[in-house]
Write a protein that binds this ligand. Structure first.
Ligand code: FBP
Length: 268
């Protein structure tokens, strides 16, 4: 485990990764609710908000857009990904190396998806080992997208499953484990306890109301989570900045959801 308190992926020990790898993972359909979100420049602009500690994108988007934003945005290079057109067993092709991310893209953190429980688990764990060890050489924090899938996983947001996914982050040497929300603060307490010193982030999920989303983030923070990695709940909104303002209150200022909404909702 490497100390990451001084790494750009954290702010006061908390983390807010803006995730934007959906063009590969889900395809253009995710941009339909807010068409300007298809333009990476729009999302890079959103990522300059001070609440955002890192922007997670794949190699191609980083190559094309990061040179214009490297002074204002911290890059988390997502090294693997699979399209939604792939109908095989869940898996994720490695499409960028740690060396390339560090030396050519200017990444300040590494992201890697692992699907514990799938038939290709052994290969994915071995790929993660290579990435984790190389990232140590470059002194880059590693965020593990840890999504339990496969035949043995009956409920991919159940407390036991999510606790196991977070624990695997610790066991495999991730600095930060990104997991799905297990549904309650109590369940999240178990998850963060199982992860030990590995920071735990909630995965954003599909778009919900401001209040519902902030309530889940609040319960993650109250349960000892470090923050979240969120995509659609931010850039599918007409006003992503307003939600980031509210998230800043909840994550960094320990505000209640009502306080955050009150502080960030324009008064008539
Ligand atoms: P969202 O906040 O939009 O859910 O994004 C987080 C994320 O992990 C992305 O990095 C990734 O593309 C997506 O979720 C994968 O979601 P799923 O596994 O549910 O298809």
């Amino acid at each position: 485990m490497r100390p990451i308190a001084d790494a750009p992926v954290t702010r006061d020990g908390k983390v807010l990764v803006l995730a934007y790898d959906h063009g590969i993972e889900h395809g253009p359909v995710d941009f339909d609710p807010q068409p300007e979100s298809a333009d990476p420049e729009h999302v890079f602009d959103v990522a300059t908000h001070p609440a955002v500690t890192s922007l997670a994108v794949g190699k191609g988007v980083a190559e094309a857009y990061y040179p214009s934003y490297e002074d204002d945005v911290s890059l988390l290079a997502k090294l693997n990904g699979t399209s939604n057109l792939w109908m095989g067993e869940p898996d994720s092709a490695v499409n960028c190396s740690v060396e390339y991310a560090a030396e050519e893209l200017g990444a300040e953190a590494i992201g890697f998806t692992v699907y514990p429980g799938v038939n290709g688990e052994v290969e994915m764990f071995e790929e993660f080992r290579e990435v984790q060890e190389k990232a140590r050489e470059y002194d880059l924090p590693v965020v593990m997208w840890s999504y339990a899938r496969g035949q043995a996983v009956k409920n991919d947001t159940g407390e036991e499953t999510i606790a196991y996914a977070a624990r695997l982050g610790l066991e495999l040497g991730a600095d930060i484990a990104k997991v799905k929300y297990p549904g309650s603060k109590e369940a999240m307490e178990t998850v963060t306890r199982m992860a030990g010193p590995t920071k735990v982030l909630m995965s954003g999920g599909s778009k919900t109301s401001d209040r519902e989303f902030l309530e889940s983030v609040k319960s993650v923070m109250d349960a000892g989570g470090a923050g979240l990695a969120v995509g659609r709940n931010v850039w599918q909104r007409e006003d992503p900045i307003a939600l980031l303002d509210a998230l800043e209150e909840v994550i960094y200022e320990e505000a209640s959801v009502d306080e955050a909404l009150d502080a960030t909702t324009p008064k008539p």
